[in-house]
Design a protein around this ligand. Structure first.
Ligand code: SF4
Ligand code: SF4
Length: 277
């Protein structure tokens, strides 16, 4: 897809109506996540693929993956329902990596064509963000979440089993290094293009929990405007790791909020979540 340059609606960083990006949106705005994106281009150690993507979801199987046309129908059903008057946001958050699935762009185009007033939002691992940014702009996406867990490729090598990049499957530090470079570049370019960028970080005790402030400084410098520290969901290769306690999470967020606003109300929704939050 090529950019036509007609990226209306994404130059203003209006976070107030988006429940994922502003505490003020919570309890007032509705969002619908459309599960159109099953495939993924990386392998996070905490991901169990029959579950929803940990980027923005809790471990519960999405009812099913739907087509772009079914997604449009689902949005129209929601608009006609009780939450219709509150519905502000259409998001694509899995169950895999939205930017690696052509259905994501088709769905965003359909929403833009039929319901242009709805905020369009995606949640991504960031590997393809720089590469597909023009497509997101063309589809009128205004909010992006990037899950970035570490600035250290050596730590990344322990989090990501592999990264698929330009036709190659890269493991170890090489894969983690490419992922990190693309994440930071994507955040920077997206912020420069006027998108509101939120960073999600899965806090994994013993791996990245000692470097969260450094991470917050770096993503702030790249243009991120909010940080969402999320406790590890202990599954996959981290099944035996004790997740951080609520008290530990409060401490991490307190330390990081001097650097970037924190999102402490995240409920780690499913990829097919719908409703007011
Ligand atoms: Fe799973 Fe999401 Fe990580 Fe892909 S980016 S491996 S879907 S958690
Ligand atoms: Fe997004 Fe979390 Fe809000 Fe759900 S609770 S909409 S995943 S920020």
């Amino acid at each position: 897809m090529g950019c036509t340059g007609s990226c209306g609606g994404n130059s203003t960083k209006d976070v107030s109506k988006h429940p994922c990006f502003s505490p003020h949106g919570h309890g007032k705005s509705g969002r619908i996540h459309l599960p159109v994106a099953p495939g993924c281009n990386i392998a996070c150690g905490y991901c169990v693929r029959k579950f929803d993507c940990a980027n923005e979801s809790r471990p519960g199987v999405t009812s099913r993956v739907i087509t772009p046309e079914q997604a449009l129908w689902r949005v129209e059903q929601a608009l006609a329902s009780d939450i219709g008057p509150y519905l502000q946001v259409v998001g694509i958050a899995g169950p895999g990596e939205p930017l690696a699935n052509p259905a994501t762009y088709t769905t965003l185009e359909l929403i833009q064509e039929h319901h242009p007033h709805l905020i369009r939002c995606i949640s991504s691992n960031g590997l393809l963000l720089a590469e597909r940014l023009t497509d997101l702009l063309r589809c009128g996406v205004s909010h992006v979440t990037v899950t970035l867990n570490t600035l250290d490729p050596a730590v990344g090598a322990q989090i990501y089993r592999y990264v698929r990049w330009q036709g190659r499957k890269l493991a170890d530090e090489m894969g983690a290094q490419i992922l990190l470079e693309q994440q930071l570049l994507g955040i920077e370019l997206a912020a420069q293009a006027g998108l509101t960028v939120k960073v999600n970080t899965v806090v994994i005790p013993g791996l990245n929990d000692k470097h969260l402030e450094e991470l917050a400084w770096e993503v702030r410098a790249r243009g991120a405007s909010i940080l969402n520290l999320m406790p590890l969901i202990n599954q996959g290769i981290f099944a035996d790791v004790q997740p951080p306690s609520p008290e530990e999470m409060r401490t991490y967020r307190r330390q990081a909020e001097a650097i970037l606003p924190q999102l402490s109300h995240c409920r780690q929704c499913r990829a097919d979540a719908i409703g007011i939050i």
